[in-house]
Design a protein around this ligand. Structure first.
Ligand SMILES: [Zn+2]
Length: 467
């Protein structure tokens, strides 16, 4: 039996258990930094499977890893498991119907991401044991991918220092190995401090922090005319200084995310936004303090590793078949989509014929652009990485939608997660047994860095979970 067949068998032999984990984490639906039940469940599995577990990484209760084996090479498999707020939705319902009004839901498929990565690490461990292979397999439980940047803190604090190769994936509505496409970003809080006063009786005594926030936002909106096309800047006013118009607001806060293709471009824009904040403070007689609370680096795909992953991905996804019931299920959800389909068509460069299908099959070429960000980027600067998107939903299902939540426990998702576990385990097993490939992967990594060093977007004194 080939190693491919054996790995596949090992994943299949425990698939039921990991499908249950997928469904349970879907039900926990815990948002960033609150993933206590989701982390506990995964740590229990790791312990039961003989992994040594270390938790509380970077001072985050829900950040952990499980290690099996020892020495070189060290292969890291990354998992996520955080949900999103306001996306509670009943499973399998093709109409918007929350389970809990205002509750959380797995609108980015991270429950599947975690369950599958864990399944992959366990299958690899079983394969290592069977074949007496030397080396280390490590599953990383990475919390708070959504806005919290759990991995960035874990990278900053050195938890990936000894890792030779890392792999991950993300649930999607198509299959492809990613070449690039995650934007670097920085997340910053601007706090303005003014002087409160009676807005009618003694306005001349007041200095409005809310005025400063408004002027800052106007300044940044003018900045948009003079920045690079690929940059994105968005903000939320997180403290408007109270609810009384007749009290001059002595405090106000605005939360910014600044994104661009490369980390140095983000830093350059950040300096300009900071200058605008200072200008707003000067104009209003207020004071401003700036706090970076998170940040992601751009993603560096490792060529050799991505190529190996693509070979396995193609073979595995080509074997997936969908039943008539599954096709009808996907069609039902596809019919709820509108402009989202246009966006999918554009991002994946699909033709009209392909867009008629309820579900996408086979491996597609990588998209040229994905205008999101992920803390996977930070890992990719310090460890050679490959990642892919794995089909788990009806064609065109957008991330962060109720439709994605609704489909999160379907048999289509389950098939996608098992396929993903196989693809990562096969890629890792091949690398594991071939030191020359690891050398080549490391050469590629140096080429990717092109003489640049990783600069963590968050300073040493930034603590997690401030948002
Ligand atoms: Zn996601």
């Amino acid at each position: 039996m080939s190693f491919k067949e054996r790995i596949s068998e090992l994943v299949d032999s425990k698939s039921h258990e990991f499908i249950c984990i997928n469904d349970k984490i879907w039900e926990f639906a815990e948002i960033r930094f609150q993933e206590h039940e989701s982390a506990k469940l995964q740590m229990e599995v790791l312990k039961k499977e003989g992994f040594e577990v270390k938790k509380g990484l970077s001072g985050i209760d829900t950040a952990f890893f499980g290690s099996f084996g020892e020495g070189y090479p060290v292969i890291g498999i990354l998992g996520e498991f955080d949900a999103l707020s306001e996306l509670s939705q009943k499973a399998d319902m093709a109409v918007r119907e929350p389970i809990v009004e205002g509750g959380n839901g797995h609108g980015c498929g991270h429950h599947t991401l975690g369950a599958s990565s864990l399944a992959s690490a366990v299958a690899l461990k079983d394969y290592m044991k069977e074949n007496n292979l030397k080396g280390t397999i490590r599953y990383y439980g990475c919390p708070a991918e959504e806005s919290g940047g759990g991995k960035t803190f874990m990278v900053r604090d050195g938890y990936f220092k000894d890792v030779d190769v890392a792999l991950t994936w993300h649930p999607s509505s198509s299959n492809c190995v990613l070449e690039s496409g995650f934007l670097a970003n920085v997340k910053v809080l601007f706090d303005f401090k003014g002087i409160s006063a009676h807005a009618a009786a003694s306005p001349e005594l007041g200095r409005s922090a809310l005025d400063a926030v408004e002027l800052m936002n106007i300044g940044v909106n003018f900045l948009r005319e003079h920045m690079i096309d690929e940059a994105r800047i968005h903000y939320a006013i997180t403290d408007a200084g109270g609810n009384s118009p007749n009290v001059v607001q002595h405090k106000a806060q605005v939360f910014y995310t600044i994104r661009a293709l490369k980390s140095p471009q983000v830093q350059e824009l950040f300096m300009r936004v900071k200058d605008i904040a200072k200008g707003a403070a000067l104009m209003t007689g207020t004071e401003v303090t700036t706090r970076v609370v998170g940040g992601y680096s751009d993603y560096l795909a490792n060529d050799t590793l991505s190529r190996i992953m693509a070979i396995h991905a193609k073979e595995v996804v080509n074997e997936i078949d969908y039943t008539d019931d599954e096709l009808a299920y996907a069609e039902k959800f596809k019919n709820t989509l509108g402009v989202e389909l246009k966006s999918m068509e554009k991002i994946m460069n699909l033709d009209k014929e392909a867009m008629k299908k309820p579900i996408m099959k086979g491996l597609l070429p990588p998209p040229k652009k994905l205008l999101g960000s992920s803390d996977v980027g930070d890992v990719s600067w310090v460890v050679p990485m490959a990642q892919f998107m794995g089909n788990c939903y009806a064609l065109g299902t957008p991330a962060h939608s109720w439709q994605m939540v609704a489909q999160g426990k379907s048999s289509i998702t389950h098939k996608g997660m098992i396929a993903a576990a196989k693809i990562m385990a096969l890629t890792a097993a091949e690398v594991f047994q071939n030191p020359a490939v690891i050398d080549k992967i490391k050469e590629d990594h140096l080429e990717n860095l092109d003489g640049n060093e990783y600069i963590c977007p968050i300073a040493d004194d930034v603590i997690p979970n401030q948002i």
